[in-house]
Ligand binder design. Structure first.
Ligand code: HEC
Length: 150
């Protein structure tokens, strides 16, 4: 290939690679790939006052109490027990309830938010990776839609 053709091609390829990296950084969604041990180190300092070391929560400040992450009802609530919800909550907080906007205020960086989510998974019993485990569903209240396996 002549040089004239190669150069724009290289520029295009580099641009695509850069755009991809930016998009991946800006919009982390889906199951966390964080490191639970690194998350635990932060959790034990910044989160236990309200969420308790074992994640059972139940501390009420001004609005909703902190959730009990060991309760299967919490894990099976499709609105709250997903990594996307955790990520949003840790990033933007829940001001009316007193949950701090750790990410938005710059106190916790995105990779550490992923690590914290991974640690929360080790606290909560049955849920792993953002999808409720079928065996944890209470027999009295069957889910409307079957859980999708990944
Ligand atoms: C000052 C008390 C306080 C501290 C400190 C705190 N949280 Fe929270 N957090 C809350 C409250 C209250 C809620 C419930 C918010 C609601 O449902 O309105 C909450 C909710 C959450 C949720 C949403 C979970 C769910 O099932 O609703 C996550 C995830 C979370 N906190 C993570 C953290 C992490 C990680 C830290 C430490 C970096 C932390 N929190 C520190 C008070 C706190």
């Amino acid at each position: 290939m002549p040089r004239r053709t190669l150069r724009p091609l290289a520029v295009t390829l580099i641009s695509i690679a850069l755009l991809g990296a930016v998009a991946a950084f800006a919009a982390t969604t889906g199951p966390s790939k964080g490191n639970a041990a690194a998350g635990k180190a932060i959790f034990m300092v910044k989160c236990i006052v309200c969420h308790k070391a074992d994640g059972t929560g139940g501390i009420k400040l001004t609005g909703n109490p902190t959730p009990n992450w060991k309760d299967p009802k919490v894990w099976n609530d499709p609105k709250r027990a997903t990594d996307d919800y955790f990520r949003d909550c840790i990033t933007n907080g829940k001001a009316p309830s007193g949950m701090v906007a750790w990410g938005k205020t710059g106190q916790i960086k995105p990779p550490d938010i992923e690590n914290l989510i991974a640690h929360i998974h080790t606290l909560g019993g049955p849920m792993k990776g953002g999808a409720p485990a079928a065996k944890a569903a209470p027999a009295a209240a069957p889910a409307k839609t079957a859980p999708t396996k990944k």
